[in-house]
Ligand binder design. Structure first.
Ligand SMILES: NC(=O)c1ccc[n+]([C@@H]2O[C@H](COP(=O)([O-])OP(=O)(O)OC[C@H]3O[C@@H](n4cnc5c(N)ncnc54)[C@H](OP(=O)(O)O)[C@@H]3O)[C@@H](O)[C@H]2O)c1
Length: 270
C-alpha cells in the first residue's frame, strides 16, 4: 500500500468500534452519542453493572468487561470481538485515572499506579486490538491522552508523565502503522466535568461537559487528524504557554504551585 494513497475514512455507520473507559465520564457520554451512529459498539471497563445499564439503551452495544492493567482480560475481549464481528474499525482507548502528587513527599507507588493504568493500560489495549484492526479496510486507533502534555503543571508529575508517554507512544505507533494503513490520533482534552475532575480542589478554566467532549471527539473520529484537542481556546492557550521560553514558562507554572501552601499547613499541624 502506498504511504500517500488511502481509502476514504468509512462512515461511522459502517464501523465496528471498541471503546474503553465506557462506564463513566467521557466514555459514558461517548457510548450514548456513538451507539446510534455506528454499526456496532463494544464497551469495556471494570464495572460490568454500569456497562450493562448503558447497553440497555441500544441494541447494537455489546458489553466486554475488562481491566486494562490485565492483558489477559483485554485479550479475551478482543477474542469476543473477533468471534462476533471478525474485525475492528476503530479503537477508542479512553480508560484512565488521575492522582496528584505532593512534590515534597514523592510516593513512587502512586507513580507506578498511574503509569500502570494510563501508560501500560494503553499499550495493553492497543496490543490486543492490533490484529483486529489489521482486518479492517482502514483501521483506526484514537487514544486519549491529555492537554496536560502541552505544559508541565504542578502536582501533575505522575498524571502528566503518564500522558506524555501515551502521546509519544501513539506518535511512534503512527509512524509504524501508517504504512500498513492504520490511522492513529491522540485525543487531548482540556478540563471535562467527570468523576475524575469532580474531586479537583482548584479552578478548572473553560470546563466543558462530557457531552461536549463526546461531540468534539466524534467530530475528530470522522476526520482522523493526528491531534484532537478541545476545547479549542483552552488547548491553544495552554500550548502557547508551553512554547514560552523556559524561564517565563517556569514562572507561570510555579505561580500555580501549592507546595508552599501545603508546607505551611504541615508546619501549622506539627
Ligand atoms: N475529565 C478531564 O478533564 C480529562 C482531561 C484530559 C484527559 N482525560 C482523560 O479522559 C479519559 C476519561 O476520563 P474521565 O474524565 O471520563 O474519567 P472517569 O469518569 O473517571 O472515567 C474513567 C473510565 O476509565 C475506566 N477505567 C479506569 N481504570 C480502569 C482499568 N484499570 N481498567 C478498565 N477501565 C478502567 C473507568 O471504569 P471502571 O472504574 O468501571 O473500570 C471509567 O470508565 C481518561 O483517560 C482521562 O485521563 C480526562
Amino acid at each position: 500500500m502506498s504511504l500517500w494513497h488511502k481509502d476514504p475514512v468509512p462512515d461511522l455507520n459502517e464501523q465496528i468500534i471498541w471503546l474503553t473507559g465506557a462506564s463513566s465520564g467521557i466514555g459514558e457520554a461517548l457510548t450514548k452519542a456513538l451507539a446510534d451512529r455506528c454499526l456496532h459498539l463494544y464497551i469495556s471497563a471494570r464495572s460490568r453493572d454500569k456497562l450493562e445499564t448503558l447497553a440497555e439503551s441500544a441494541s447494537n452495544i455489546t458489553v466486554l468487561p475488562a481491566d486494562i492493567t490485565d492483558p489477559e482480560s483485554l485479550q479475551q475481549a478482543a477474542e469476543k470481538i473477533h468471534a462476533t464481528s471478525g474485525r475492528l474499525d476503530t479503537l477508542i482507548a479512553n480508560a484512565g485515572t488521575c492522582e496528584y502528587v505532593d512534590a515534597l513527599q514523592l510516593d513512587p507507588d502512586l507513580f507506578r499506579r498511574v503509569h500502570e493504568t494510563n501508560f501500560m493500560g494503553m499499550v495493553n489495549t492497543v496490543a490486543a486490538a492490533i490484529p483486529l484492526l489489521q482486518r479492517s479496510r482502514r483501521g483506526y486507533i484514537a487514544g486519549v491522552s491529555s492537554s496536560v502534555t502541552f505544559l508541565a503543571m504542578p502536582r501533575a508529575q505522575a498524571y502528566g508523565s503518564s500522558k506524555a508517554a501515551v502521546t509519544h507512544f501513539l506518535e511512534a505507533m503512527k509512524a509504524d502503522l501508517m504504512p500498513v494503513g492504520i490511522d492513529v490520533s491522540v485525543i487531548s482534552p482540556g478540563f471535562v466535568r467527570t468523576p475524575l475532575t469532580d474531586v479537583n480542589d482548584f479552578p478548572m478554566p473553560m470546563l466543558i461537559s462530557p457531552e461536549q467532549a463526546a461531540g468534539a471527539i466524534i467530530q475528530g473520529l470522522q476526520k482522523r487528524p493526528w491531534q484532537i484537542a478541545f476545547p479549542k481556546r483552552f488547548t491553544f492557550l495552554l500550548s502557547l504557554l508551553g512554547h514560552l521560553p523556559a524561564p517565563l514558562r517556569h514562572r507561570v507554572t510555579s505561580a500555580m504551585s501549592r507546595t508552599r501552601e501545603q508546607e505551611t499547613v504541615r508546619e501549622n499541624h506539627s
